[in-house]
Structures are given as structure tokens and as C-alpha cells.
Design a protein around this ligand. Structure first.
Ligand SMILES: Nc1ncnc2c1ncn2[C@@H]1O[C@H](COP(=O)(O)OP(=O)(O)OP(=O)(O)O)[C@@H](O)[C@H]1O
Ligand SMILES: [Mg+2]
Length: 301
């Protein structure tokens, strides 16, 4: 394992409240969290044993960029406070550097807000089967990686640990969060996606799809949380090399998924170790997309 990679954090100074597939969460009092992005990579909802050096830094910097970029459209969970007042020792600070975010603790909504602008992944598989993507009928004759006539909002449930996220219809989403909130999430997610696409386009990047997570703040307002438009939660393609009908070069986790698909693995834990060249290439893809989306000062400060 690469020495610089962090598979799991063990802070003594703050109570750990949850370990997600990628993030370790610590409580700061009752209303804030320290969210630490490790270098773990999950694929098909299984955490792989091999960490990806630099990944936690990339996810943190890219999310911070988007929270800032989108802040006029939606409140986000980022706290104004730094880490200075926390009881962390020097070695903990070193681990956290660049991979942590202090956030307001929200009441998470139990729905993942997925937006798809292009036909790929499970959407492509569904379309090939019966012409529908998540219950939405699409015109015939679309190819792999084609741009959809308009972006689709395709919600999914947030799975419990060890389970898979499941696509749900808009009506099922309504049963979970109510019609008003469901409509609000759909409109906002589509608007955020459109705004993100406009920025990415200027950098020659296509955002094929993405997933937002929302929570409610103390005022009950819809608030963007978790991670935003990262290569873990999105598919990013090079606009220059995009060609409908072909599997595009992807600056994200899809590269690892494609590699795993070639193996005889049943997609159940434990996942296989990744070889050094796949690890290196993944680190490189995450770094490249961060530089392109966030600009040349990305991760230099
Ligand atoms: N501001 C917040 N308040 C409360 N919970 C949050 C906040 N931001 C993120 N979370 C939650 O913290 C966890 C982050 O962990 P992680 O990203 O590893 O998630 P996961 O759901 O296990 O994996 P994946 O993102 O691959 O589905 C998620 O459960 C997310 O909903
Ligand atoms: Mg997550």
C-alpha cells in the first residue's frame, strides 16, 4: 500500500459518528461535523481494499470549488469556522490537511438526486432493454453516450450500509419526502446540473451525469451537502474526444469500474486489490479533472 494514502482515520480528539464508504465523520459538538475524505474507493457499492493516493484531497478540493461556485443558487453545509479551535494534535492535523471539511450537521433527505444528461452506465443498459430510463420513455435510435434530448432527474434511495442504491420513480420519491420537497429537489438539481455543465463546457469537459445529496438546515431549507460534482459522484468526459456510439474516456471512477468488469468477481465484498498501474492511472485521472475544473491553482496552495 502506498504510504501516502489514507485508508482510514482514527482521530482520538473527536468522537467518530460514522464511517461511510469513503468519508469518516466526526462530531464537533452537536451541530457540526468534521467530514474527512479518505482515499478509499468504492465500486458497485463495495469498498475496495486498495486506497487511491491523492483521492481524498481531490474530492475535498473539487467539492469546495463547487460549493463556492454554486453558492448563489443553493445554501450549502460548509461551516465558516476553521479547525483552529478543535482539540487536534499535530499528527492528526497532518492527516486532515487538505482532506477535511467542517460542516453543519443537517437532517439528510433519504433520496439521492441523480441528473443524467447523457446515455451511459445503467441508463444505457435500461434503454437497450426497453427504451426507458428510470421509467422515462426516450426516443428510439439513441446510441451509447448520446446526449439526451433533455437532462433527466432520476432519483434513487440512499441504501443502508452493505445495500445497493435503488432507482425510484418520482411518485416513490414523493412518498418519501412529500410533493413540494420532491419538486423543489428536482428543479434545483436540474438547475445545478445546467450551471455545472456551463462551467465545465468552458473547460472542454462534459458532465455526463451526477448525483447531489441534500439535507435540511435549522430553518428547514434545502441545503447541498456531502460532496458535489466530484469524480466519485459524476461522470466527466473530454468534449473533444466524445463520440456517440463509443465508450468515452472517463475522468472518474468509471475507469476502475471498467477494469473490474473484466474480472471474474461477483461484485460482493471483499473486492479485489487494484494493481499499481490502475491505482496510478486513477490518481492521475482524478488530478487531471480537478485541474481542469478548478483551474491551475488547484491543490497547489
Ligand atoms: N452536512 C451533513 N450532515 C449530515 N450528514 C452528512 C452531511 N454531509 C454528508 N453527510 C453524510 O455523510 C456520509 C458521507 O459518507 P460517504 O460519502 O462515505 O457516503 P456513503 O453514502 O457511504 O457512500 P456513497 O457516497 O458512495 O454512497 C453520507 O452518509 C452522507 O449522507
Ligand atoms: Mg457519499
Amino acid at each position: 500500500m502506498d504510504d501516502s494514502a489514507v485508508f482510514e482515520t482514527q482521530l482520538e480528539s473527536l468522537p467518530c459518528v460514522q464511517r461511510g464508504k469513503v468519508r469518516d465523520l466526526y462530531a464537533i459538538g452537536t451541530d457540526e461535523l468534521l467530514m474527512v475524505a479518505t482515499d478509499r474507493l468504492s465500486a458497485f457499492d463495495v469498498v475496495l481494499p486498495t486506497p487511491i493516493p491523492g483521492k481524498g484531497h481531490a474530492l475535498t478540493a473539487i467539492s469546495a470549488f463547487w460549493f463556492q461556485h454554486l453558492r448563489e443558487m443553493v445554501p450549502n453545509h460548509c461551516s465558516e469556522q476553521g479547525l483552529e479551535d478543535l482539540p487536534l494534535d499535530a499528527s492528526e492535523c497532518a492527516v486532515l490537511q487538505g482532506r477535511s471539511m467542517r460542516v453543519r450537521r443537517l437532517q439528510p433527505l433519504p433520496v439521492e438526486a441523480v441528473v443524467r444528461g447523457y446515455l451511459v452506465g445503467s441508463g444505457w443498459q435500461d434503454y437497450q432493454r426497453d427504451g426507458y430510463v428510470c421509467g422515462i420513455k426516450l426516443p428510439p435510435g439513441l446510441r451509447l453516450a448520446d446526449r439526451l434530448p433533455q437532462p433527466l432527474f432520476t432519483p434513487a434511495t440512499k441504501a443502508e450500509v452493505g445495500e445497493h442504491d435503488e432507482n425510484i420513480s418520482f411518485d416513490e420519491m414523493t412518498a418519501l419526502v412529500g410533493i413540494v420537497r420532491a419538486r423543489e429537489m428536482r428543479e434545483l438539481s436540474l438547475a445545478l446540473y445546467e450551471r455545472a455543465c456551463a462551467h465545465a463546457k468552458e473547460q472542454g469537459v462534459i458532465v455526463a451525469d451526477t448525483k447531489f445529496e441534500f439535507g435540511l438546515n435549522e430553518q428547514g431549507a434545502l441545503t447541498l451537502m456531502d460532496e458535489v460534482l466530484t469524480p466519485d459522484s459524476s461522470r466527466f468526459w473530454d468534449a473533444e474526444h466524445w463520440k456517440p456510439g463509443e465508450n468515452p474516456y472517463s475522468y472518474d471512477k468509471q475507469y476502475v469500474r471498467d477494469w473490474l468488469q473484466e474480472l471474474d468477481w461477483d461484485k460482493r465484498a471483499p473486492g479485489p486489490e487494484l494493481p499499481p498501474d490502475v491505482v496510478r492511472n486513477t490518481t492521475e485521472r482524478y488530478r487531471q479533472i480537478g485541474r481542469r475544473l478548478c483551474g491551475p491553482s488547484y491543490l497547489e496552495s
